[in-house]
Ligand binder design. Sequence first.
Ligand SMILES: *Cc1c(COP(=O)(O)O)cnc(C)c1O
Length: 397
Amino acid sequence: MSKSFYNLIDNEVSQIVEDNLFKDERFIASPQQASIKLADGKDVLNFCANDYLGLANNELVKKAAAESINTDGFGMASVRFICGTHDLHRQLEKKLSHFLGYEDAILYVACFDANGGLFEPLFSKEDAIISDALNHASIIDGIRLCKAQRYRYEHSNMVSLEECLQKATENQARHVVIATDGVFSMDGTYAKLDEIYELAQKYNALIMVDDCHATGFVGKSGKGTPEHFGLEGKIDILTGTLGKALGGASGGFVCAKENVVQLLKQRSRPYLFSNALSPSIVKATLQALEIIENEPDRRQRIKENTAYFRKNMKQLGFTLKGDSHPITPVMFGDAETAQKMSAALLDCGLYAVGFFYPVVPKGEARIRLQLTSEHTRDQINEALKIFEKVGKDLKVI
Ligand SMILES: *Cc1c(COP(=O)(O)O)cnc(C)c1O
C-alpha cells in the first residue's frame, strides 16, 4: 500500500546487513543437547544453549510431558481465570515457591511476560524503581509500562545505586524497589546482591531479582543467586524462567509474598490476557524440579566444566568476561570479527553464536559460550581445539 513505508523498511534491513549486524538463524534438526544436528545434515557441538543441566532432552522430563499430553490433553485454550487453570498449574506454583523459599508463585507463559507484567500492578507514581543499566530488556519494558519514578544506576556500581536511593528519598518516594538481574546474561557476572541488600536495608527499599540464568543450578541446592550470596528468603520478589535450566520449553514465574501474588493474579496484564501454559510443559517442569532436587551432581559437573573451560580458554589467549558462571563471553570488539569467528567455528563443527549491537553495546561484540553439566570432557577438549585453530587462522590469538 504505502510505498514509502515498505521502502523505509527495506532501507533499515539493508543498513543492518551493511553494518554486519544481521542475525541469521540456523536450523536445528535434532533435539537440543550438547551435540546437535543441523538441517543441512551437519553434526556440531553446541556451546550456546541455556540448557544448563541438560534437561531439555532428558528421558524423565520427556516422559512426563508425553504422559501429560495423554492424560491432560495438549492445550488449555483459555486464560487462567476463565477455564485455564489446571490442577498442575497450581502444583507447579506451590512447588516452585516452596523450592525457592517463597510464600507463593504465579506462572506466566514466559519470563518476558512475568517481568513485563510485574511492576505496573505493584507500583504507581508515588513509588520509585531503581534499575541496573544492564538489566534484561523485559525488566526495562516492564518498568516503562509502570507509572513509578524511574532511576537507572550504572551497571553494578554501588555508589551510583546509593545516589539513586538518595534521590528517591529526597523525592519522597513512598516505596522504592531495586530491580536487577541475578546473573547478567551477556557478561556472565553476578549482581552484587550482598551489597545491594545492605543498601536496601539502609534505605528501606525492596529488592526484585530476575534469576533466569541461575534458577536450578546456581547456589548449593540450585536456588539461584540469593542462595549463592546466603540471602535466601531475603529478596522480596524473584522472577525466573522455565525456558532455561528447568527443561527449556517455555514459561516464566514470579515468586513473592502471597498477597503480592494475589494482586498480580488480579491485575497483571500478560497473566490476565494471555493463554495458560500447556499442561505438558507444567508436568515436565515439575519433573525437572525433582531432578534438580535429587541430582546435585549435575550442579557439580557444570561447575567443573565451567572452571576447566575458562582456564583453558584463557591459556589459549582469549579474552573472557565474567567469573565462575557457565556463561563464558569471548570478547572480539567489532561485530565483523565476531561474525567471522562464529562462521569459521561452525565450519569446524562448533556451534557458537556471535552477539553484537543491539544485544550488547557497540564495540563489545562477543561470542557467548555456555557450558552445561552434560558436556563431556572430550567435547570440551574438542571445542578448545577448534577455538585454538580458528583463533589462530583469524589472528585473534
Ligand atoms: C531469558 C531471560 C528472560 C526471558 O525469559 P523467557 O522465559 O525466555 O521469556 C528474562 N530475563 C532474563 C535475565 C533472561 O536471561
